[in-house]
Design a protein around this ligand. Structure first.
Ligand code: SAM
Length: 421
């Protein structure tokens, strides 16, 4: 590829042509900038409250910070797979409250580009280059100098980087992970998905959300090995990839809740319907409410065939079935989005849809698949949504599919509506 000059956000970088650069990922970089800036503010509020033991009202008053300036108590960020350094340089120039950023890459050419770009953007005070295998670099930070934020943006599957990432991030830190191997995650190769992510993917219409939930269970599994657990605060599917933003917390006792955040998916081979089977539940002990007892799964999808159409199930997962967004966080990110961003409108559009999603309802139906199954004309979205609401259930779209129906209505209610509209 020829040399290229790239102007994106507040950064102007050059790539030698041998180093990876994808203009389509501008949305990913823009969104990450606002998410990290929002997280930085949140972290300052939390630290402030902890140190000062002050009231909630005082806690809202946080010092105002500027991008491009080094703050000793600011964020330490690792961009583990940096390519041209564009992302790190943008973080330095556009996120307020940073202490330092390490822009790492295993390729010599990439590190060359990173060094040139750091110099031409005058961000030597904030960005340092590193030429290392990302896993080795993160293992070196397991015990000391852990990071507040780690950004993993590899080609394809990120799972080889997760073991070191979950150990080298501070308690409560923010881990950002991209996965671009959508064919594997969306059910084209379930056995490869199991090998890479520890879960079986299924070919379903809701495969994009399923992909997010497979990746989340994979990160959780890695975190659990070190008495850590995740809190997803924003997860999106866009273009050819998924991007998840999770906080990584510590606590062996809390890790025992993981089984109740995961489920197997029973996917009907006939009507494309699905049922979820939690891996296990933790409930208060009946005799003594202070004790929490592990219960083996019980519940509906133990039948071998689909209760709606009688066809056999394919069984996939486990997937993450706890919430994938924090509405409070998403709202703050939406409000913080600066209009100068190249993908500002798209960010506003996607985050507004994310905010409307039912957080407690995993996966979704699609209107065309429902109509196709029972060979009826597509009803309008308005008709079907009103019918679900009138039946007393909740319904929303998802940002991952334009004709999606995310609802807490049982499957038989959906089919009744589809047959009678
Ligand atoms: N984050 C970049 C951006 O926003 O433009 C793009 C990163 S690109 C998809 C992946 C980069 O990871 C490549 O530059 C590649 O050289 C680097 N890479 C691959 N394996 C690595 C490893 N084990 N350690 C460090 N870097 C690695």
């Amino acid at each position: 590829k020829p040399d290229q000059e790239i102007l994106e956000g507040r950064a102007k970088v050059r790539t030698s042509g041998k180093v990876f650069y994808n203009p389509v990922q501008e949305f990913n970089r823009d969104l990450s900038i606002i998410a990290i800036a929002t997280f930085a503010k949140l972290l300052r509020q939390e630290r402030h409250a902890k140190n000062k033991q002050i009231s909630d009202e005082d806690n809202l008053v946080v010092d105002i910070r500027s991008p491009g300036i080094k703050y000793d108590d600011g964020l330490c960020i690792l961009e583990a797979l940096s390519a041209t350094g564009l992302r790190s340089i943008r973080y330095a120039k556009e996120i307020p409250g940073i202490n330092n950023i390490i822009a790492n890459d295993i390729s010599k050419e990439a590190v060359n580009d990173i060094n040139n770009n750091i110099a031409s953007n005058n961000v030597e005070n904030l960005v340092t280059s590193s030429h290392n295998d990302a896993t080795m670099l993160m293992y070196q930070h397991r015990r000391e100098k852990q990071f507040d934020v780690i950004d993993l943006d590899p080609y394809g599957c990120p799972s080889i980087f997760l073991d070191s990432a979950v150990q080298s991030i501070k308690k409560g830190g923010l881990l950002l992970v991209t996965a671009t191997d959508m064919a594997v995650l969306a059910g084209n190769s379930p056995e490869t998905c199991y090998v890479k992510y520890g879960a079986i993917s299924l070919k379903m219409k809701c495969c994009h959300e399923m992909a997010i939930r497979i990746l989340l269970q994979c990160i959780e599994a890695h975190a659990n090995r070190y008495s850590r657990y995740i809190e997803p605060i924003l997860c999106v599917s866009a273009d050819f990839y998924i991007r998840v933003f999770v906080r990584v917390h510590s606590g062996a006792a809390k890790c025992k809740n993981t089984t109740s955040k995961l489920s197997h998916v029973y996917h009907c081979t006939g009507c494309d319907g699905f049922e979820l089977q939690p891996l296990g539940m933790r409930k208060p002990h009946q005799k003594n409410n202070n004790l929490v007892k592990f219960c083996l799964p019980t519940g509906p999808p133990v039948t071998r065939n689909c209760q709606q159409c009688g066809s056999p199930y394919h069984i996939g997962g486990p997937i993450w079935t706890a919430p994938i967004h924090s509405p409070d966080f998403v709202k703050q990110v939406l409000e913080a989005a600066p209009p100068y961003l190249g993908t500002f409108k798209r960010i506003r559009g996607i985050l507004s849809m994310v905010l409307e999603e039912l957080v407690d309802v995993p996966l979704y139906y699609t209107l065309d698949r429902l109509s196709n199954t029972i060979k009826v004309e597509n009803p309008s979205m308005l008709t079907i949504r009103s019918a679900i609401l009138n039946a007393g259930y909740q319904v929303s779209y998802t940002h991952t599919h334009k004709n999606s129906i995310k609802t807490n209505a049982p499957a038989h209610v959906i089919w009744d509506i589809m047959r009678c509209w």
